[in-house]
Design a protein around this ligand. Sequence first.
Ligand code: AMP
Ligand code: FES
Ligand code: ZN
Ligand code: ZN
Length: 309
Amino acid sequence: MKCRKCSGSAVINMRQHKLALCKEHFLDWVLTQTERNIQKYRMFNHNDQILVAVSGGKDSLALWDVLNKLGYQTGGLYIHLGISGENHYSDQSLDYVSNFAESRNLKLHIADIPEKFGKTIPQISKNSRRNKSKPCAICGLVKRHTMNEIAVQFHYDILVTGHNLDDEVSVLFNNTLSWQIDFLRRQSPVIPSKDGLPKKAKPFCRFYERETAAYSILSEIDYIEEECPFADGNTMIDNKNVLNQLEHEHAGTKLSFYLKFLKAKQILFPDIVSYFSPEETLQSCDSCGQPSPNKGICSFCRLIEETCK
Ligand code: AMP
Ligand code: FES
Ligand code: ZN
Ligand code: ZN
């Protein structure tokens, strides 16, 4: 297979774009497409301070790398969840993130959940009334709350995450199967800031997972390859398998499902995308001050109260 740009030997063939590229032109293409996405969805500009949530995985480290190369002003945020498992998942992920930040002289915020609350995510989940066999839902709540908190505390203009197209499409598929209207309404490449919550964006939302993986490998970014030990059997992973099967039969299925959804959304939900549905009136949490649809204290503070005190 030959590179479309230079006829050198291609390292990747992106069937959905009918585009094969060599290493040099693929790395360039990722930068150009990211910049285009940032402009298209009016995510941020060069004057903004951008907080990149980095997990130590390929997507978020690749995103941080790309934003740097594009000359954006960034700081990183790593949330230590206290997940151990055989490979000391959280400690190892932190090593990858710290090495990345140090080698590029980038600012890194570390939010240490066990240090702050005295309990790890698996312990919080076990102590919780909503105790399920897996801590993923609680972990998501803690991550969201912490990202908002750090972005606001350090006056960042925007919070970005490394969600790729496969992530977006599996969530979309799930929310469509169960017609979760509120979740569908708020799924977007960019969410404006509201009532003290930071603006959020996903600059990689149009890249397939294999493209962000290829970018990381070709750019020699060291990242944690292992998944979180709780990821196995996760519904999102089952969805990804189904969608990969469809993609295999018809190249471009995932991209078109996502892009057509974004188009349909303008008709289905013409109101502005927001964290909360338009009917919800927001209160400020009595404990942490973050906006919440609940009266009194927000669901995060309630969880901490219930499980860590
Ligand atoms: P996930 O929810 O694990 O699929 O991750 C989606 C995105 O959330 C990643 O690309 C990161 O941007 C961010 N993220 C996930 N875990 C962490 C973490 N422990 N610390 C900071 N950001 C994270
Ligand atoms: Fe949160 Fe796996 S990363 S439970
Ligand atoms: Zn080339
Ligand atoms: Zn609160």
